[in-house]
Design a protein around this ligand. Structure first.
Ligand code: SAM
Length: 249
């Protein structure tokens, strides 16, 4: 049978396109892409000309059987998404599961992933972490999800869009508390790349200072509840000290 290659593509900077990814994409019989127009541009830039098939959340289940038949017949296929690693808040799960269930070879061609890039620079515990993808878009549902995560001790990673970054940070402040450490990473590997690590309350103020800071694509890396780190312990110490001083002790 043919191989299904799950291929990561850049999350912004085109120089982050691994050579092996380019080679595999140039050799497969067809490339399944989330948005064929978007991917056609990327592939043309690298001189890759292979037939493109649309595979997105609306047709993924419907075209699986057909793609599995092609793999069984010996064709090799690659799966890419608009940016980063397929299946990570992106389509592809139904196809990969179907290929596994059909005992077909599935090969990862590793590369960029915004969540892992952000975690690697956040300066928050990275030995154990939880990827939550996008939090719910509706305020009540988002706060409810944050409430469910409030006692989680592992570092949390969430994706956010520019429309909701302000509201999302507001909810982190009100549900997880002002002192929770958060690292905001925006536009990773792009021209206006920026990352800022602060307490939730400070991060909220930092966002409010400059509208440009709410533009682009975001990853939030949020310290876990118990492993919140030295800064929070220090803040707690200062809070206790203030209480003692207020009591005249
Ligand atoms: N599959 C992708 C990956 O491996 O990272 C993620 C796809 S998801 C639909 C898109 C979200 O990823 C954006 O809304 C943002 O939260 C995050 N993201 C993607 N590229 C990013 C970048 N260059 N900087 C910061 N966040 C990014």
């Amino acid at each position: 049978p043919g191989h299904l290659y799950v291929v990561a593509t850049p999350i912004g900077n085109l120089q982050d396109f691994p050579p092996r990814a380019q080679q595999v994409l140039g050799e497969v019989d067809a490339i399944c892409a989330e948005d064929t127009r978007n991917s056609a541009g990327l592939l043309a830039h690298f001189g890759i000309q292979r037939p493109l098939l649309a595979l997105h959340e609306h047709n993924e289940t419907a075209i699986c059987a057909q793609l599995i038949a092609r793999l069984r017949a010996g064709e090799s296929l690659a799966l890419i998404s608009d940016a980063g690693t397929p299946l990570i808040s992106d389509p592809g799960f139904a196809l990969v599961r179907a290929a596994r269930e059909a005992q077909l070879p599935v090969i990862a061609i590793p590369g960029p992933c915004a969540a892992i890039a952000a975690l690697s620079i956040a300066g928050l515990p990275s030995d154990r972490f939880v990827f939550e993808g996008f939090l719910p878009a509706k305020p009540n549902a988002r706060r409810e999800r944050l409430q469910q995560l409030a006692a989680e001790t592992r570092t949390l990673i969430v994706y956010e869009s520019s429309h909701r970054i302000g509201d999302c940070v507001d909810d982190i402040v009100s549900v997880l508390g002002t002192e929770r450490l958060v690292c905001l990473a925006r536009e990773l590997s792009k021209l206006y790349e920026q990352s800022h690590r602060a307490s939730a309350a400070e991060l909220k103020a930092w966002l409010a200072q400059d509208a440009n800071r709410s533009r682009g694509e975001f990853v939030l890396v949020i310290a876990g509840a118990a492993d919140a780190g030295v800064d929070t312990q220090q803040a707690e110490g200062e809070r206790v000290l203030r209480l003692l001083l207020a009591d005249g002790l």
